[in-house]
Write a protein that binds this ligand. Structure first.
Ligand code: ATP
Ligand code: MG
Length: 285
């Protein structure tokens, strides 16, 4: 039987969210992450654990069919893969940063400077696009300390909160690209594999649709029902069930969580009682 092989990061920032995503769409893995490969017990999928740097190539070459990896790595490696879905986690940016005390005058500031980075290709493209001639010093980790030890004049690295830059006396001066986790796929999947991929994408959409949505239940006096319904647009229309208590109904609907806080007071003023909000795990429209 056809199995879809998914490459994810062994350990690091993407690992936990990738495993959680698979679990959210009902894929349970057999072994812990110490093994290179783990088969799912309940879906024809196996998971290959790799360093994130190796994921684009593994997917492009077809050793894995699909992969979960940061956009930054996909851009850097330039491998030929399709992007099936943007996953919305591990959001960060790739930025240029210089010592805090320097005055930044625009990209030409970098002319004849040395820039330390783990992303030489992405940096080279930015420099070329801006007609800047700088030398690139490639290092694989702790890029942010390079200026303070005299290894480079500036850095090009991942930034999220910016606190690493601040603690190394650096300031962000150019955001070159933004990044988030991507679901990438091999370009030549056969029909059976495409079918499995469609199933996974459908499951991902189901989880995504439910995000931020809550199931709301409340009891309301019948003569205020129309006004209460007006506050709760729901999916199509709210469900209304008569209560044993004469003149009262129970009303069920789906709302966006932030909306709940906007209407809760109005609901109470209209006589709604016993208001419950329940989480929704999955939703198919
Ligand atoms: P590996 O050992 O697999 O090569 P790594 O050290 O290269 O791991 P991590 O630090 O685990 O990589 O980061 C993995 C990915 O997570 C990055 O490529 C980037 O897409 C994203 N990422 C990195 N740092 C942050 C951050 N501070 N905030 C959000 N996302 C981040
Ligand atoms: Mg890496």
């Amino acid at each position: 039987m056809t199995t879809l092989r998914i490459a994810i990061q062994t350990k690091g920032r993407l690992n936990q969210d990738s495993i959680e995503l698979l679990s959210d769409i009902g894929i349970q893995l057999t072994q812990g992450k110490r093994k290179l490969i783990s088969k799912a017990t309940n879906f024809p999928v196996e998971v290959l654990f790799l360093r994130d740097d190796d994921i684009p190539k593994t997917v492009a070459s077809g050793i894995a069919d699909i992969g979960i990896v940061g956009e930054n790595e996909v851009l850097e490696k330039g491998e030929s893969v399709n992007i099936a879905k943007r996953l919305g986690f591990s959001k960060c940016r790739l930025s240029l940063a210089i010592p805090k005390a320097e005055t930044y005058t625009g990209p030409h500031w970098f002319n004849n400077k040395t820039i330390a980075t783990s992303y030489p290709e992405t940096l080279k493209k930015f420099l070329d696009d801006n007609d800047v001639s700088a030398s690139i010093h490639e290092i694989s980790g702790s890029v942010e300390v390079a200026p303070s030890i005299g290894l480079a004049d500036a850095i090009f690295d991942i930034v999220s909160s910016g606190s690493t830059l601040i603690s190394n006396n650096l300031k962000e001066v150019e955001i070159v690209t933004k990044s988030e986790a991507l679901l990438i796929t091999n370009r030549e999947l056969n029909n059976e594999k495409l079918y499995l991929l469609q199933d996974l994408l459908f499951r991902l959409d189901t989880v995504e649709t439910a995000k931020g949505k809550k199931y709301i239940m409340l009891n309301a006096p019948n003569h205020r029902l129309d006004e209460i319904k007006g506050l709760l647009p729901g999916m199509k229309s709210p469900t209304i069930i008569p209560l044993a208590n004469e003149g009262w109904s129970s009303l069920h609907s789906v709302i966006d969580e932030p909306q709940f806080w906007n209407i809760i007071k109005d609901l109470k003023d209209l006589g709604a009682q016993s208001i419950l909000m329940l989480p929704i795990e999955k939703m198919v429209l």
